[in-house]
Write a protein that binds this ligand. Structure first.
Ligand SMILES: *Cc1c(COP(=O)(O)O)cnc(C)c1O
Length: 354
């Protein structure tokens, strides 16, 4: 892939940064001055370009719009107090991206295009990384099939892109969660472990139904018995029961292998918890709640880091939690944020300097 590493760079004539403030940015609404684009054709990646952020010109017959061969990633970059820029565990996202690609019958993206391309793009738009606590630059790599043909088959051509969006503190208020028993997100043998676009479109109806009932999100359960918990909306989920932290295992291929999930497991162990990745049934959760052993429940993901769950409803049984007195989830969140923003030692080498 030597040719691929010739990234052609066309700079924007004027930075949009002059027109906006990086404080209190809403999530995912503003994009930086540049984007990366690469094409897959005749079995190879080519035309790797960084250029001014701009709309795409697509044929209405582009395959991704019809059959959803499309995947994405979500990563964050931070600045420390000295203004040095770092990306949080990008290698893990790179591996997951190609795992998603394989499952969706799409070509892998070479490491140099993904990693080098991302670094060069961020370097160019470095001024867009907010230099404030709890602020970051959200990185969105994605790939879609681009054949102009509406026959149902894998494309011969694909487009890989990276866009960047500055984000402020993603405050997520403690959530009320509805344990979903009718709709499902993922089944063994399905695509639940892939960050495939269709997973998110397919989840919106159930989420909207839960919102109508007054809940913020659903807790997905398994497709066969609606008994084993999977994920909370688009976040991985953790239950602190006694001195054990439990999160659903990845074994069935129904859970997204979250980078925040992995990081949380590591930090919980550092805090002295026993961490178990296993099947966890709603019955076990209720039993622990009734025995006053269910101390904390929270979601993990790149966008919000850690989201506390203040209420879980299963059928007519409501479990409420006193989130204001929690210690564990807020500590994990603080440690993670401090590592990312350079206030806590990065002993696991999670931060990659640009
Ligand atoms: C992206 C995602 C997560 C969180 O993964 P992170 O790598 O921690 O951001 C969890 N669940 C789903 C369904 C996701 O798409």
């Amino acid at each position: 892939m030597t040719a691929a590493m010739d990234i052609s760079i066309t700079k924007a004539e004027r930075s949009k940064l002059q027109d906006i403030s990086l404080e209190n940015m809403p999530f995912g609404k503003y994009f930086t001055d540049h984007m990366l684009e690469a094409d897959y054709e005749n079995g190879e990646w080519k035309n790797v370009e960084i250029k001014p952020y701009q709309p795409l010109l697509l044929s209405p017959s582009v395959a991704a719009l019809h059959y959803g061969q499309a995947i994405f990633e979500g990563i964050k970059a931070y600045k420390d107090a000295e203004g040095n820029a770092f990306i949080f565990r990008p290698q893990d996202n790179y591996k997951r991206f190609n795992a998603s690609a394989e499952r969706m019958q799409m070509p892998p993206v070479p490491e140099d295009i993904f990693m080098e391309g991302m670094k060069q793009l961020i370097q160019l738009d470095k001024n867009w990384i907010p230099n404030k606590e709890d602020h970051s630059l959200y990185i969105r790599p994605f790939m879609f099939s681009s054949d102009e043909l509406i026959g149902v088959r894998p494309s011969d051509t694909y487009k890989f892109m990276i866009i960047l969006s500055p984000t402020g503190p993603y405050y997520s208020a403690p959530m009320r969660i509805y344990v979903e028993e009718q709709y499902v997100r993922a089944v063994p043998g399905g695509v639940g472990y892939a960050k495939a676009a269709g997973n998110y479109g397919a989840a919106m109806y159930a989420t909207a139904e839960a919102k109508k009932k007054g809940y913020d999100q659903v807790l997905w359960t398994d497709a066969f018995e609606h008994k084993y918990v999977q994920e909370c909306g688009t976040m991985n989920v953790f239950f602190i029961i006694g001195n054990t932290a439990i999160t659903p295992s990845l074994d069935q291929g129904t859970i997204l292998d979250g980078v925040t999930r992995q990081s949380t497991i590591t930090l919980l162990k550092e805090m002295g918890f026993t961490v178990e990745e296993k099947e966890l049934s709603i019955d076990d959760i209720i039993e622990a709640y009734k025995a006053n052993l269910l101390y904390e429940v929270f979601g993990t993901g790149t966008a919000a880091t850690i989201s506390l769950i203040k209420e879980l409803r299963y059928k007519d049984f409501v479990m409420k939690f006193d989130v204001d007195n929690w210690k564990t989830a807020p500590t994990v969140k603080k440690w993670l944020t401090d590592i990312r923003e350079g206030r806590r030692e990065d002993k696991y080498n999670w931060m990659q300097k640009i």
